[in-house]
Design a protein around this ligand. Structure first.
Ligand code: NAD
Ligand code: IPM
Ligand code: MN
Length: 361
């Protein structure tokens, strides 16, 4: 019998625009995926659901059951951002951010890949001196389902707030493997970042990474403390290739790394390791610019490219979308956060320019 392999061409994508600029940037990324679909003959079926503050407003919970169910039943999830000042004093269960953590845990995505790459053309958008940032190209692998974000016990009373930072060996091993494998495909250098001089969870983290390193003799492994790493990142960013670190440290270091590239609005992420991948820019709902039509959509469009790569296995399509971003930046276009770009555009105009490149290349 002849076995015929028919490449899958239909993909079900759950779209969670969320709050604030999440809505604007997700719209652009979805439109880019539609353009890619049309060009290459793929059928992306997008299904939008409530998540975050908008879900709290409409149905009273940040992650409705039907949203998680739809997400689990799809090929990938594309998320904008959640949160807003009106929810900041909500009890923990009724915070938009709690919904996001529940989504990550519900999907089982324990490894969050956050690439920070400086486009040569944006060298003046970075607040750092050109000779320091030139050549920055790093990947933060952030643990996403453990640490202080999820550790028990946790509680909030009138007198006390409590969180627990805990890691088990399997939790460290699985994310460290993702990082070692990623390093193998890059420049084969891995920095494991912890606070092992103080924290027991970090001591276990380091011991586990050291043990695993024996399986990856081709990867050069370094260890560093998170405080020193925060400093080195802005002093010698090109020293880094892949960084693997726990949840909270990864959250902080990735915002810092985004500044090297010119704007937090540029950085995408892919959360993998579970049944369904989750793709979101690293930034938040940006209440200060929400509703103004000026948010940078590139982080979300680049997240869509990661979705094409990791969840749909469409490497050519992912590359084309990334090339479109690079070319549009090179042509001098930029939303107002990209200082030094001569051609200032809105969120939608930026999306349109990227789509035009996709159509004609
Ligand atoms: P933020 O990332 O929303 O904004 C920080 C700064 O960066 C702001 O000045 C903002 O205008 C700017 N910025 C962010 N994204 C941008 C973009 N795409 N284009 C141009 N400028 C951009 O962080 P914040 O202000 O600390 O948080 C706001 C809310 O977002 C909070 O409720 C927070 O909990 C939430 N948040 C959500 C996510 C998420 O959904 N993944 C991530 C981070 C923060
Ligand atoms: C991020 C955000 C989230 C996090 C919040 C909104 C829960 O800051 O995705 O970086 O801390 O993980
Ligand atoms: Mn963050």
């Amino acid at each position: 019998m002849v076995k015929i392999n028919i490449a899958k061409m239909n993909y079900k994508i759950t779209v969670l625009p969320g709050d604030g600029i999440g809505v604007d940037v997700t719209r652009e990324a979805v439109a880019c995926m539609k353009t890619i679909g049309k060009k290459f003959g793929h059928d992306f079926a997008f299904e939008e659901h409530l998540m975050g503050g908008c879900a709290l407003d409409k149905v009273g919970v940040p992650l409705p059951d039907e949203t998680l169910k739809a997400a689990l039943d799809s090929d990938a999830v594309l998320l904008g951002a959640v949160g807003g000042p009106q929810y900041d004093n909500n009890p923990p269960k009724l915070k938009p951010e709690t919904g996001l953590l529940a989504l990550r845990a519900g999907l089982g995505v324990f490894a969050n890949l956050r690439p920070a790459f400086l486009h040569e053309t944006l060298i003046d958008a970075s607040p750092l001196k050109a000779d320091i940032v030139r050549g920055t190209d790093l990947l933060i692998v952030r643990e996403l389902m453990g640490g202080a974000y999820f550790g028990q016990p946790r509680e909030l009373t009138d007198e006390r707030g409590l969180n627990t930072m805990a890691y088990t060996v399997p939790e460290v091993e699985r994310v460290a493997r993702v990082a070692f494998e990623a390093a193998r495909l890059r420049r084969k250098k891995l920095h494991s970042i912890d606070k092992a001089n103080v924290l027991e969870s970090s001591q276990l983290w380091r011991k586990t990474v050291v043990r695993l390193a024996a399986e990856y003799p081709d990867v050069e492994l370094h260890h560093g403390y998170v405080d020193a790493c925060a400093m080195q990142l802005v002093m010698r960013p090109t020293d880094y290739d892949v960084i693997v670190t726990e949840n909270l440290f990864g959250d902080i270091l990735s915002d810092e790394a985004s500044v090297l590239t010119g704007s937090i609005g540029l950085l995408p992420s892919a959360s993998i390791g579970g049944k369904v991948g989750l793709y979101e820019p690293i930034h938040g709902s940006a209440p200060d610019i929400a509703g103004k039509g000026i948010a940078n959509p590139i982080g979300t469009i680049a997240s869509a490219a990661m979705l094409l790569r990791y969840s749909c296995k469409l490497e050519t399509e992912a590359r084309l979308l990334e090339d479109a971003i690079t070319a549009t930046l090179k042509a001098g276009y930029g939303t107002p956060d990209l200082k030094g770009q001569p051609n200032r555009v809105t969120t939608t105009e930026m999306g349109d320019l990227i789509r035009k490149y996709v159509e004609s290349n």
